[in-house]
Design a protein around this ligand. Structure first.
Ligand code: GLU
Ligand code: MG
Length: 369
């Protein structure tokens, strides 16, 4: 919770840039992006008292139903959501709006243990205490099409990865590149994917909390640019028979000297002992990770063999059919490029809980040797 003067300065800078409204985003337990919107004038007040959300969102399901347990959820009480002003951005497609992720507190000002964003921060903190750092990047596949009297026309007709498809989508790609750059979201690559109307982005590598914020911001940016051009975007795990939309999470572990522990070691594929133990920890918790990363019924229509969705329980060197694909990268550059790709996840997976749980599982692997 920032100092008043800093808040006022930020509000002024946003106003000068043309922002009049703020959309504050909370990702519930079912990984749906829930929002509260207010005028920029209200931001200073919200930074003092927070914005309210019921405790029911601690136990919301991905099918939009709400349940409660003995200890969580239910109709009583109010969570207080505090915007993280370090992460506020003006939205390029709708520049009168700024977007900001929130952290969840109770009314005594204590962080809520169920807040997914603070869980991820805690896991990053646990790694740091042990002298480790994490580098991560999300990669999304999604579908875009025009709705016409109940008929869906895909944005491109394939073939996958082709210049034919690129020629059709290049205008959208340009808008997307520019919008993401203006919002500080790094893009590694964009391409038309295998299925008609399917696209893919590899976002840039950064720290885990920023990676998760970009997950939320990226999907919103695609949707709102699509709306402006008359296209609907879908991040559903499956949008056409047989082919799924994955949301793969790349990760690597660093020591305190920022050296990549997935490279330069004396274990298999040049892994270091700590890197190997971290991966073993993640492998040991794969079933639990899939519950967080594939939370919908449709997730399991995607997570099948022969779709490169990572449906097999295991890890492999550059193997696109296993849940954990080890990418060593090109010789001479491996200290920069070696990483593990968690392939099983889809776009309905939880942006914050998945990376947080990967860190927890990996650290447990190191602890257990
Ligand atoms: N579409 C696949 C998935 O569902 C991934 C294909 C690829 O490796 O790019 O995850
Ligand atoms: Mg792909």
């Amino acid at each position: 919770m920032s100092e008043v003067n800093e808040i006022r300065q930020q509000v002024e800078a946003l106003r000068e840039a043309g922002v009049n409204y703020v959309c504050a985003s909370m990702i519930d337990s079912g990984s749906i992006n829930r929002v509260k919107c207010f005028r920029l004038d209200e931001l200073e007040h919200i930074m003092r008292v927070g914005s309210g959300f019921g405790y029911c969102w601690q136990t919301a399901l991905s099918n939009d139903h709400i349940v409660s347990t003995d200890g969580l959820g239910g109709p009583v009480g109010d969570m207080r959501m505090f915007p993280d002003l370090d992460a506020i951005v003006q939205l390029a497609a709708t520049p009168e709006w700024a977007w900001v992720p929130v952290d969840e507190y109770d009314q005594e000002g204590a962080p809520l243990p169920t807040c997914p964003r603070q869980f991820l921060k805690r896991m990053v903190g646990s790694a740091e205490k042990l002298g480790y750092g994490l580098r991560m990047a999300y990669e999304f596949e999604w579908f875009m099409g025009k709705m016409d009297g109940g008929q869906v026309t895909p944005i491109h007709g394939g073939p996958g990865y082709s210049a034919n498809a690129w020629a059709v989508v290049e205008g959208f790609f340009r808008s997307l590149f520019e919008a993401l750059a203006a919002q500080g979201v790094k893009v590694s690559q964009l391409h038309p994917e295998y299925s008609v109307g399917q696209m893919e982005v590899a976002l840039g590598v950064t720290d885990p909390v920023t990676v998760a914020d970009w997950h939320v911001l990226f999907r919103h940016t695609v949707r709102s640019l699509g709306e402006q051009l008359g296209y609907k975007a879908s991040f559903s795990p499956i949008t056409s028979p047989g082919l799924g939309n994955g949301c793969h999470l790349h990760f690597s572990l660093q020591n305190s000297a920022r050296e990549n522990l997935f490279s330069g070691g004396d274990r298999m594929l040049e892994l270091t002992a700590e890197g190997e133990a971290f991966i073993a920890g993640v492998l040991a918790e794969l079933g639990a990770l899939v519950a967080l990363a594939c939370p919908t019924v449709l997730s399991y229509e995607r997570l099948k063999p022969e779709r490169w969705a990572g449906a097999f329980h295991g890890w492999g060197h550059e193997n696109r059919e296993v849940a954990l694909r080890f990418i060593q990268g090109i010789v001479g550059q491996r200290s920069l490029t070696a990483n593990m790709e968690f392939k099983a996840g889809d776009c309905a997976g939880h942006p914050y809980l998945v990376p947080g749980a990967i860190i927890a599982a990996g650290l447990n692997g190191i602890e257990r040797g």
